[in-house]
Design a protein around this ligand. Structure first.
Ligand SMILES: *Cc1c(COP(=O)(O)O)cnc(C)c1O
Length: 423
């Protein structure tokens, strides 16, 4: 906060496509997709028009006891495109809430099935949001350590990624998961996983087959799998949903960030028929889910989300991704040859370049090397946001090839400028 008080920072007054413009008229490439959520670019005509149409009808009406066409259509569309079997949709406003809903739903589901299962298994490096339930399921001690006394206990298994030995890390993580699942067979309510990539931990990719292995272990142990696709959903990893890479259907799927193409706050928790049915009973038996946010399923947000799916179709967004991902990976790979680079990793259009002072030695935190490098980027017309000393690259799926090249050119120059004499 002290640094923020004294530093200069751009005040963004407008945006178009993948360009941000600040109050002084400076233009920047939006290299972090406005915190990982912009999909088709800013001020997309199709989404803008859908929002204007909806404004002519109603900005907000409640989903508590009423409904509106946008929520109905969007729930149907999400169920249609999600991994098979996720037929029921619960709306809320943020990714964190989508996780809160999943955790509470799972807890109540087991109670209603006459079981006392209440233990959640999470992975080292997990991030599921900043509200207390989501923080309980998370495992980044920098974000979460202080709040420990306020959290419910979970069982944590090792992070499935390590820069030096990804295969060994995945194997260790799965072995620990298996032990935890079978040692506590009657206790485990669910396993919570960011499938394919752990985002906030520093863009940590999982090996192909990892999500499938977790799914199979959950099924074998008779417990549920919550997939947190808040960051990886809506095309980010190259498929509409990350679970598709391994052909996996989780029991609950949390969606947020890209759901409205980065226009408005909205999230969704999708569930299977089995979970849905456990909440059905005559009213007086009180099996309903007592959870409802004021703005859940807001009509403007639903209109943006539906328009975004329309843009996916019209612009063949997913079909255009392989070429973009190939370029992204090619440019990322060039960092491997550079000094001060400890690790380069990516899946789809999410990537990170981890910096180090010298081979095997991290920069001291007070250097704020990641921050220094992104300030150099900013001078050269690119907005990024680092995770510690990992420089994160997260373009909107719509970013064109020319802009992508420019983004990488700027990062290369900024890395040299930022790390010069920086050890
Ligand atoms: C961003 C994120 C969240 C939290 O979403 P908010 O909308 O910020 O509450 C949860 N899980 C993952 C994996 C995320 O990346």
């Amino acid at each position: 906060m002290q640094a923020w008080d004294t530093e200069e920072f751009p005040v963004i007054t407008s945006a178009r496509g993948t360009t941000l413009v600040d109050a002084d008229g400076n233009r920047y490439i939006d290299g972090n997709a406005s915190l990982w959520c912009n999909v088709h670019g800013h001020r997309h005509p199709v989404i803008d028009a859908a929002l204007k149409r909806q404004l002519g009808r109603a900005a907000h009406t409640t989903l508590l006891g009423l409904c509106h066409p946008g929520a109905i259509d969007l729930a149907e569309r999400l169920a249609a495109i999600a991994p098979r079997g996720l037929d029921h949709v619960f709306f809320s406003d943020s990714g964190s809430e989508a996780l809160e809903v999943a955790l509470k739903m799972v807890f109540q589901y087991w109670r209603q099935r006459g079981s006392r299962r209440d233990t959640f298994i999470t992975f080292g490096g997990a991030y599921h949001g900043d509200t207390l339930g989501a923080v309980s399921a998370g495992a980044i001690s920098l974000f979460h350590g202080l709040f420990k006394p306020l959290l419910f206990p979970t069982v944590q298994v090792p992070c499935p990624y390590s820069p030096r030995d990804p295969v060994g890390a995945a194997r260790k993580s799965l072995a620990a998961l298996k032990r935890a699942l079978f040692r506590r067979k009657q206790d485990v309510a669910a396993v919570v996983l960011e499938p394919v990539v752990q985002g906030a931990a520093g863009i940590l990719p999982q090996l192909p087959g990892f999500v499938r292995a977790v799914r199979d272990l959950c099924s074998e142990a008779g417990t549920l799998l919550i997939a947190d696709e808040v960051a990886v959903g809506f095309g980010r990893t190259g498929r509409m949903f990350a679970c598709e890479h391994d052909g996996v259907t989780p029991d609950l799927l949390a969606l947020g960030k890209g759901i409205t193409a980065g226009y408005l706050p909205l999230s969704a928790t999708l569930a299977t028929a089995d979970i849905y049915q456990s909440f059905l009973a005559p009213w007086h038996r009180m099996k309903q889910f007592f959870h409802g946010h004021t703005f859940a399923g807001n009509p403007l947000a639903c209109a943006a989300a539906l328009a975004s799916l329309e843009v996916f179709r019209r612009e063949r967004t997913l079909a255009n991704l392989p070429a973009k991902i190939a370029l992204f990976e090619k440019r990322l790979a060039r960092f491997r040859q550079r000094p001060h680079v400890a690790d380069v990793r990516s899946r789809g259009l999410m990537g990170a370049v981890e910096l180090e002072a010298s081979p095997g030695r991290a920069y001291p935190p007070e250097k704020r090397m990641g921050h220094r490098v992104i300030l150099e980027c900013r001078k050269r017309g690119l907005i990024l946001r680092p995770l510690g000393d990992a420089i994160v690259l997260m373009p909107a799926l719509a970013m064109d090839m020319r802009t992508t090249h420019r983004m990488f050119d700027v990062v290369e120059e900024s890395l040299d400028a930022g790390t010069r004499g920086g050890r």
